[in-house]
Design a protein around this ligand. Structure first.
Ligand code: NAD
Length: 243
């Protein structure tokens, strides 16, 4: 049985990934933190198509809540064979305006979430000598940008985590990769405003448009299901933003 836990999957890239993986034959756990209505709506749509789906509210920054979520997935769907560490938060601030509280929180969610979820699913993967982890980084995980210091620091760290964990887990037949999306049309980038998004699309992104959540979901499924000899890699999905 293929079982995927996708963090932060009530909307955006996570929701598209849940749909993509369900269609590929995975039982999916839709994790959410606040939008229960969205999570249940997505779950109902997937169940209507005959897929096995569980929804579970948990803050990925809370290790105990994550352990409880993973135990429930194991009980109700089966052990997690694919973990997608997608949950993330972002805000743009000048460096000197970043509060210590925000710095702690963005690291706790973006990086701590990867740590908590990975530690919770690993015992079974190690036991089975099989498993796959896909982390969601960003173009700002390999490049810098003004007003993105906190976010970019977490996304750089996710790439470091991916590479080192991949080296450590390869002998256990567990692959760890990440995707690095560019500007993707989700709620996360709406705060930038339509004018900025249009100018990014037409003046900065060589492919002349934003990416869609579905395009990132397909890249995640590719790393999970098809890239069987690939580990420790960063797959850019950015319309040529970073070449
Ligand atoms: P989004 O804001 O629509 O989705 C993020 C999801 O994570 C939401 O469902 C949110 O509720 C959830 N989440 C936030 N904090 C959480 C927590 N503590 N516990 C559990 N869930 C939590 O944005 P998105 O664009 O779909 O982002 C998904 C991932 O893709 C993020 O890691 C983001 O950094 C990354 N990313 C997005 C873009 C982009 O342009 N949209 C670009 C690069 C990387």
């Amino acid at each position: 049985m293929k079982v995927a836990l996708i963090t932060g999957s009530s909307r955006g890239i996570g929701a598209a990934t849940a749909r993509e993986l369900a269609a590929a034959g995975y039982a999916v756990c839709i994790n959410y933190i606040e939008r229960e209505d969205k999570a249940e709506e997505l779950a109902a749509a997937l169940r209507a198509e005959g897929h096995a789906v569980l929804t579970h509210r948990a803050d990925v920054a809370d290790a105990a809540a994550v352990r409880e979520m993973v135990r429930r997935v194991e009980r109700e769907l089966g052990a997690v064979t694919l973990l997608v560490n997608n949950a993330g938060i972002a805000e743009q601030h000048l460096f000197q305006d970043i509060s210590p509280e925000w710095w702690q929180r963005i690291f706790a969610v973006n990086l701590g979430g990867c740590f908590n979820c990975t530690q919770a699913v690993l015992p079974h993967m190690l036991h089975e000598h099989a498993g796959c982890i896909v982390n969601v980084s960003s173009i700002w995980g390999s490049h810098g940008a003004s007003c993105e210091v906190a976010y970019s620091s977490t996304k750089h760290a996710i790439i470091g985590l991916t590479r080192s964990l991949a080296a450590e887990l390869a002998p256990s037949n567990i692959r760890v990769n990440c995707v690095a999306p560019g500007v993707i049309d989700t709620d996360m980038v709406k705060v930038l405003g339509q004018e900025t998004l249009d100018s990014l699309a037409h003046e900065v992104i060589p492919m002349g448009r934003l990416g869609t959540p579905e395009e990132i979901a397909r890249a995640i499924r590719f790393l999970a299901d098809e890239a069987s000899y690939t580990t420790g890699q960063v797959l850019g999905c950015d319309g040529g933003f970073i070449i």
